[in-house]
Each structure stands twice: as C-alpha cells, then as structure tokens.
Ligand binder design. Structure first.
Ligand code: URA
Length: 433
C-alpha cells in the first residue's frame, strides 16, 4: 500500500477500506508515513468526509494503536460522560459524584481547557492538593471503593490520537466532523465502560456552531459506539450562552459545590438531570426517564451527592476543608463590576465572548501547556431573560493584572438587550440514540 494512493483516492471522494485505514494509521504512528502525507490526507478528509463505516474503521484502528483499560473486574455498572466542550461547563464536577451516589461507577478521563473552553482537569486542580494524574492501579481501586475516579490522560490509551490531533491542530483540520468523532470516540472506547452519554454542545461557545453540525457529530459518535457494542446516547445541549453563572476554574468549583448542596443555577441542574437520567436508563437502573429523574432528585435532596463529592475529593488528595469552605479556594485579588448600559431584558449573552474574556484574564490557555490562573474569571449577575435597569450589575470580573481592559470590553459587548422578553430557547435540543 502507498500513502500517495490513499491521499489521491480520498481527494477524489473514494471510500477507503478497513485494511487501508488500519495501514495508514499504524504506518503514520510508526513514522513510515510522514507528517506531510498525513496532513494531505487529513485535508482530503476535511473536504471529502468519511462515511459512517469509514469513521468507525478509523476509530477502531486508532483504538488498536494503544491499550484498553479493562474495567470488567470492578463490580457494578461502569459509566462515562463526555462533553464536546463549552463555557462554564462544570457538569462533570456535579454529575460524577451524583451518579456515584445513585449507585453507578463513574470512570472518566478528562482534558484540560484550550482556547475559550474550560477543562475539567484544570477545574479540579483548583482544589488544593487534588491529584489529577492517577496511576492505572489508583484509578481502578478508587473506582471500586469510592465509585468515582477522574484522571487526566496520564496513561495515554490512544497514542494515534495524540499524534494526529497535534497535526490537525497546525494544519486547520480540527473542524471536521468525522475526525472529531473518531478522536473523541477512540478515547471513549479505549476506556471500557458499560454505558456512555455524550453531551454535544451547540452554539456560539461550542465546536458545533449550528444544529446541523451538532446532529451530524452526535449521530456519528453514537453510531461508532453502537458498532463497537457500547450502550451510548448523545444529548445535544445549548452553548449559545454560558452554562450557569461562573466561568473560571475555582469559581466553577464553587458553583458546582453550591449545586451539589441544592443551591445551583437552574440550567446546570437541568443539564445534570438530563444527562444523568439517560445514563441511569442505559445502565438499567431506571425503566423510564421519569423514574431516573426521580431517583436522581431523591439522591440529591438527601445530600448524598454532596457527601460523595467530598469523599471523591478526599480520595484524590484534595483538601476537604477547601470545598466545605470555598473561601479557602484560590481567590483573585480584585473584583470589577460591569454594569448595564441600558434598561431592558437581557436578550443574549455571547458564550464565546465570555469564554474569551475568562481566558484573557488567565483562566484558560491559548496554547497547550500554557500556565493558567485558577482564581480569575467571570461571574454573570444577569442571565438571558432577566430584566435589568441601567447601571445594574451584569457581571463581576475576578482579576489579577492580566488582560483586564480587554476582558472588560469583551464582557460588556457580550450582553445585548431588548424591550420584549426574548422567546425561550431550549437547553436540550434533542437526544440521539
Ligand atoms: N476533542 C477531541 O478530543 N478531539 C477533537 O478532535 C476535538 C475535540
């Protein structure tokens, strides 16, 4: 086989076989196919696409370049949840202990933030002492004993994805639905959980800017999962505006804690109930969505999700006192208030602008490996649909020195106003199964 032929055939829109895709991925990983040929092939895929069968074969080949993490020795139903990334998305912090308290085993490998989107690992690291690089042994024993274990991708399960992603990043080929689907699902399949729910974000702050792309991505990922014999569903959820009110690492941990204690923002609670009930159903712990929601609410109202969160923090070396008293989490030295220039209803809050503002303040990174500041970020005082008077607070910026003026301008511009209440928009667009 020659890489040249596979590039030419994909350029011309031909379908590649399982054997050809396997050869390409392994030859690339072994250095027999150079970066320049792989880059040309990726660009051909960007324009010509891959069908569902090719995408599944590509994913399978990527998974086979590494190890599988077998969880079958651990009793109970093992589940995983994945988000395609958003602004203010602290769902894992709330949902992982919540599901564990409901009787599931939550096994999760998470990433760091990049660009305007945050990452669960950065958020967890804002808890003093919290270890995010678990060994396989620690990961497995914690999963069995506590019911929840979240690690960074410290044991690289899919080496092909690392190498391919780095190449896509510098060749403008990240934004391809089949390449994203294969990348995400290769990591999900390497961690052998029994059930998986995918939170596919759509809107200004998401990778998928419109519903068409979100549907394609969700359907393709569900299809890959099913072909591999997994129980999987995808929930397409809104990312036009930030989720909850807090954007920034320690600020989001604080909001997650409030949510676990029963005082969280409505949209975050609703998203957790939606994703969680899909998983409870898939895991066979509930017969219907209604029953699953009731079970989850019961666990939450009894305070068991909050107790499980503390148990999880302790197991990963985090200071429990800092989550019991969030004033002990990292704190920014200054706060600035952005006030409303108008009187009216908040019509929109641009998630991308808020995410960018938080990144510029230091909460996120432009390039992989950049340091971040756990304390800084944005707290939204006004949400879409709220009535605000001129001069009323729209947002609070928790800042150090970095990027303050630029962030202030971005946050101020993120808000738009109208005389009429904006029509309600759904948080959950659809469930793909
Ligand atoms: N996240 C991933 O893991 N891979 C992609 O390609 C895009 C987002």
């Amino acid at each position: 086989m020659r890489a040249y032929d596979l590039i030419r055939r994909k350029r011309d829109g031909e379908k590649l076989s399982a054997e050809e895709l396997e050869w390409l991925i392994f030859s690339y990983l072994e250095g027999e196919v150079p970066d320049y040929q792989m880059a040309a092939w990726l660009m051909a895929v960007y324009f010509r696409g891959l069908d569902a069968e090719e995408t599944a074969h590509l994913t399978g080949a990527m998974v086979r370049t590494g190890k599988f993490l077998d969880l079958s020795g651990i009793p109970g139903v093992k589940v995983d949840k994945h988000s395609t990334g958003g602004v203010g998305d602290k769902t894992t912090l709330v949902l992982a202990p919540w599901l564990a308290a409901a009787g599931l085993k939550v096994a999760k490998m998470s990433g760091r933030g990049l660009g305007h989107t945050g990452g669960t690992i950065d958020k967890l690291e804002s808890i003093p002492g919290f270890r995010t690089e678990l060994t396989i042994e620690d990961f497995l024993s914690q999963l069995e004993e506590v019911g929840v274990a979240v690690t960074s991708q410290s044991f690289a399960l899919v080496p092909a994805d690392r190498k391919l992603y780095a190449l896509r990043d510098v060749t403008a080929t990240v934004e391809s639905v089949p390449l994203i689907a294969a990348s995400v699902m290769s990591k999900k399949l390497a961690l052998r959980t029994d059930a998986l729910v995918l939170d596919v974000k759509v809107g200004k702050g998401a990778l998928a800017k419109d519903l068409k792309m979100a549907r394609e991505l969700a359907s393709l990922m569900v299809d890959i999962g099913k072909r591999a014999g997994r129980k999987v569903r995808a929930v397409i959820s809104d990312m036009e505006k930030p989720l909850g009110r807090a954007v920034g690492n320690a600020l989001e941990v604080e909001e997650a804690i409030a949510t676990l204690q029963g005082n969280g923002p409505e949209d975050l609670v609703e998203l957790c109930l939606s994703l969680g009930s899909q998983l409870l159903e898939l895991a066979g712990l509930a017969e219907s969505e209604k029953e699953a929601r009731e079970k989850l609410r019961h666990v939450w109202e009894e305070g068991r999700a909050w107790e499980k969160f503390k148990e999880w923090v302790k197991a990963q070396g985090g200071k429990v006192e800092a989550v019991e008293d969030p004033s002990l989490l990292p704190q920014a030295p200054k706060e600035l208030v952005i006030t409303s220039p108008d009187t009216g209803f908040v019509e929109a809050v641009d998630a991308l602008a808020i995410g960018e503002a938080a990144r510029i303040l230091g909460a996120g990174r432009e390039r992989k490996g950049d340091p971040i500041d756990p304390a800084v970020g944005v707290i939204l005082e006004a949400k879409v649909g709220d009535w605000v008077e001129r001069g009323a607070p729209l947002a609070r910026l928790r800042v150090r020195e970095k990027g303050v003026e630029e962030a202030e301008a971005l946050v101020a511009r993120a808000f738009t106003f109208s005389a009429q209440p904006p029509p309600p928009k759904p948080l959950i667009h659809e469930v793909v199964s």
